[in-house]
Design a protein around this ligand. Structure first.
Ligand SMILES: Nc1ncnc2c1ncn2[C@@H]1O[C@H](COP(=O)(O)OP(=O)(O)OP(=O)(O)O)[C@@H](O)[C@H]1O
Length: 270
């Protein structure tokens, strides 16, 4: 089915479509006990924008994402979504993790349905699940159990479940981190295709500079200065070029080297 036709089908559902939201992070800090992890993080993400968050292990990427999603609370500063402060788990937000976290005894379709907003009419819910399965290429696997599908398919199911809620903000924490390199690249393309049809504001945590450069409008580098305990934003890079981007372009190669250097990896040393 063509993407436009699918988009019409999604738009035509009685659920309607929530509009991509603005996310504003202001003076954000988080300490665990007396150990600061994040300190003074400021970031504004525009509606429909895709922002990748890069940083060394332990730099607080997941913590930042969890706070935006209301799964954790900051010790300083605020997060707002469309000018409403986040305080606890928020309906406007959907989260996808590295592990698909599917219920093994439920079918693929039932796992996606699990993400539907409370109170949606049965028919509308069923139609939305069908449209989402179509969108992620799993229409023929609706009745399968999670153990009978591949890791990439499970991750697509998880993405469809996140979108079932019709979120204004989609938070993805290393969503493709457990997949092999080829599946990972396919998933990046699939994600971009899905977002064309069902646009939302995306914050994507990743370890992978290449993934950030392929998928994001902007890349945020999180890290701490030698004289600071908590991490903050070191650099924000606007990625040039329309997607899909040419992985071999000189411009991206330069950005890649710059971001790797920011992560403490000197490419020329290897
Ligand atoms: N609930 C918690 N209690 C205590 N410390 C925590 C808690 N959650 C996270 N931390 C600490 O905060 C720091 C940042 O963790 P976080 O998972 O946000 O980093 P990350 O950048 O996502 O790391 P990775 O790339 O390895 O997933 C780590 O040192 C971690 O041990």
């Amino acid at each position: 089915m063509a993407a436009v036709e699918l988009g019409d089908r999604l738009a035509g559902l009685s659920l309607g479509r929530s509009t991509p939201a603005t996310v504003r992070v202001t003076g954000l800090g988080r300490a665990f006990g007396d150990r600061p992890v994040l300190d003074g993080v400021d970031l504004e993400v525009a509606p429909g924008e895709i922002v990748a968050i890069l940083g060394a292990s332990g730099s607080g990427k997941s913590t930042l994402l969890r706070i935006v999603g209301g799964l954790d609370a900051p010790t300083a500063g605020t997060v707002t979504i469309d000018d409403h402060e986040v305080a606890g788990i928020d309906d406007r937000v959907a989260i996808g993790f590295q592990e698909p976290r599917l219920l093994p005894w439920r079918t693929v379709a039932d796992n996606v349905a699990y993400g539907l907003p409370a109170g949606i009419a049965k028919d509308a819910g069923r139609a939305r699940v069908a449209a989402l399965l179509e969108l992620v290429g799993l229409a023929d696997f609706a009745g399968h159990r999670p153990r009978a599908i591949s890791g990439g398919m499970a991750q697509r199911t998880s993405l469809a479940r996140a979108l079932a809620r019709d979120p204004g903000v989609l938070l993805l924490d290393e969503p493709f981190g457990a997949l092999d390199a080829l599946t990972r690249m396919r998933m990046q393309d699939l994600l971009l295709g899905v977002l064309d049809t069902a646009p939302t504001t995306v914050l994507l945590v990743t370890h992978d500079v290449e993934e950030a450069l392929q998928v994001a409008d902007r890349v945020v580098l999180l890290g701490s200065d030698p004289d600071r305990a908590g991490a903050r934003i070191q650099q924000i890079v606007t990625v040039p070029g329309e997607r899909p981007r040419d992985r071999g372009s000189a411009e991206l190669a330069e950005l890649r080297a710059e971001l790797l250097a920011g992560l403490g990896i000197d490419r020329h040393a290897h």
